[in-house]
Design a binder for this molecule. Structure first.
Ligand code: GLN
Length: 540
């Protein structure tokens, strides 16, 4: 296709307007026109990556196949585009500074004063261009975290200004703002957008396209006004109206002509309008499902649903393809005890115990596993959720009193979940877990095999602790089977209880690879088991 084009997405007026969804939607539309597209997120904080952040800060940490711990927006990119992202798709200010400082120590800038301009901005530009030059994308969409005017995002905006100057029509800026509706006057207000564009202009950047988030349709007059005050073509004033599901945004953006205006400005051929057939078929199913299945999601970060973004989306994908709506009951594991578990979980058709770190809320998770196991309720344990299933089984079935994970009780007499040998001497917390995709051999005659219909799979990991194989025989004897193992290390990746309806614990994170067009087989099977559970309850 020739020279890579660069699209920058900035935000103004307020945070949380959905830059990630707009970026992913545009990418989807360009991809369906045959372009090779990727999306990158630049985060203005000083952590080198979000791996060390508590989910309450920015939501879940998303893990790529190549083992990068990244922002949750990369999850949207993969779910929309159905193609994997990598370390290069998420860069933080921390990483930029770390690279520059490392170069300074090596002597790369010998004799020079190292400064934000040009050294930091050059490093930012290098990271943006890397995807175009090294991976040969036709279009690289770069989402700049934060809001215009933030001190933290200034070097990024400056890099954008320089790239626009260098690349001419090959670079373009989309600015996303809010047009609030004031009830008192019954009007949509464009002033915040005008101010936001002014702030961008002060940094030397003229936006080419404006995407306006709104609750109500924008009239031609409102669009004209925005175009006039902000120096953009009227056709480049795009409305992004509130919709019931994020998966509708690409369709809305196509109706508004976002992809066409972007291609025109980038001087790329427009060709035929894609029909988005499969995407729309998913949307129709999503909207038309009549029956509802309820899944209890047991975790300790439930107050912020972004902490479980990929799990929630994977459940939505799976329910939709099972022709059901999903009702996710969020259950705070800190508030779950033997005494209230039966009432708390009475309405659910399946129980999912979530990943997590540290001791808080662990007992509630174990109680939830016990309830699922004893009452033959479909159970899905992910990462720490799987480890809790192992601990519960050790304590209550294998009768190993005091059995635990070394993470929760260092002095446990039965460390059924333990640190791997190569993790024992690690002292740094950042980027040192078992991360990224690993092979797994699946045993036939298991629910997992039935779901995957394959004996060899690859799934993404993010954890330090593992099933302790010293106890494997005792577990097998009592009825918990390893149905997935790492072929290289022998580590147990999946456990099941074959006498149970559907009881699966996975050490990896299947939620990261569920996409709109490819729902994850294990989520499909779990939701299907929950649906059967619901049907059997109602027929009683
Ligand atoms: N805390 C556990 C470990 O480090 C599980 C991690 C997770 O659930 N992602 O092994």
């Amino acid at each position: 296709m020739g020279e890579t084009r660069y699209v920058f997405v900035t935000g103004g007026v307020a945070s949380s307007l959905g830059k990630g969804i707009i970026s992913a939607s545009l990418a989807k539309l360009l991809q369906s026109r045959g372009y090779k597209v990727t999306i990158q997120k630049l985060d203005p904080y000083l952590n080198v990556d979000p791996g060390t952040l508590n989910p309450y800060e920015h939501g879940e940490c998303y893990v790529t196949e190549d083992g990068a711990e990244t922002d949750l927006d990369l999850g949207h990119y993969e779910r929309f585009l159905n193609v994997p992202t990598s370390q290069a798709n998420n860069v933080t200010t921390g990483r930029i500074y770390q690279n520059v400082i490392n170069k300074e120590r090596k002597g790369d800038y010998l004799g020079k004063t190292v400064q934000i301009i040009p050294h930091i901005t050059d490093e930012i530009k290098r990271n943006i261009k890397l995807l175009g030059t090294k991976h040969h994308f036709d279009v690289v969409i770069t989402e700049i975290g934060g809001t215009v005017g933030d001190i933290e995002s200034l070097p990024y905006i400056e890099a954008v200004r320089q790239m626009k100057w260098e690349l001419g029509h090959r670079a373009l800026v989309i600015h996303l703002t809010l047009v609030p509706f004031l009830n008192a006057s019954g009007e949509l207000k464009t002033k915040p957008t005008q101010h936001s564009v002014k702030a961008l202009l002060e940094t030397g950047v003229q936006p080419d396209v404006l995407v306006l988030r709104t609750e109500k349709d924008l009239s031609a007059d409102v669009r004209k006004k925005v175009a006039l005050f902000c120096n953009v073509d009227i056709k480049a004033v795009i409305q992004s109206i509130d919709v019931s599901t994020i998966y509708e945004v690409p369709v809305k953006m196509q109706e508004e002509g976002l992809d066409e205006i972007v291609l025109t400005k980038l001087q790329l051929p427009i060709n035929e309008k894609p029909d988005l057939k499969k995407w729309k078929a998913f949307l129709t199913k999503l909207k038309n499902a009549k029956k509802t299945v309820t899944v209890g999601l047991v975790g300790k970060y439930v107050e912020l649903t972004d902490s479980y973004k990929s799990i929630i989306e994977a459940l939505i994908h799976a329910a939709t393809y099972n022709d059901y709506k999903i009702n996710i009951k969020l259950i705070q594991s800190e508030k779950l005890f033997e005494e209230n578990v039966a009432t708390e979980l009475a309405s659910v058709d399946g129980i999912l115990v979530a990943p997590g770190f540290g001791h808080r809320g662990i007992n509630g998770k174990i109680v939830a596993v016990k309830h699922a196991r004893e009452n033959n309720i479909p159970f899905f344990g992910i990462c720490l959720g799987m480890q809790c299933a192992v601990i519960e089984f050790a304590q209550n079935v294998v009768k190993l009193q005091g059995a635990n994970s070394r993470e929760m009780d260092y002095a446990t007499p039965y460390p059924v979940i333990d640190l791997m040998e190569d993790q024992k001497n690690i002292t740094d917390m950042g980027g040192t877990m078992r991360l990224g995709a690993y092979d797994c051999e699946v045993s036939k005659n298991s629910n997992t095999y039935k779901a995957y219909n394959a004996t060899h799979v690859r799934e993404r990991h993010r954890h330090r602790y593992e099933f302790n194989n010293e106890y494997l025989d005792a577990f097998i004897e009592k009825g918990m089977k390893p149905s997935g193992k790492n072929p290289d290390t022998g580590l147990v990746e999946i456990v099941e209880i074959p006498t149970h309806k559907w009881f699966v614990g996975v050490q990896f994170h299947p939620e990261y690879s569920s996409t709109v067009l490819n729902p994850h087989p294990l989520f499909m099977a779990f939701v299907n088991a929950a649906i059967k559970e619901k049907e059997s309850k109602t027929s009683k």
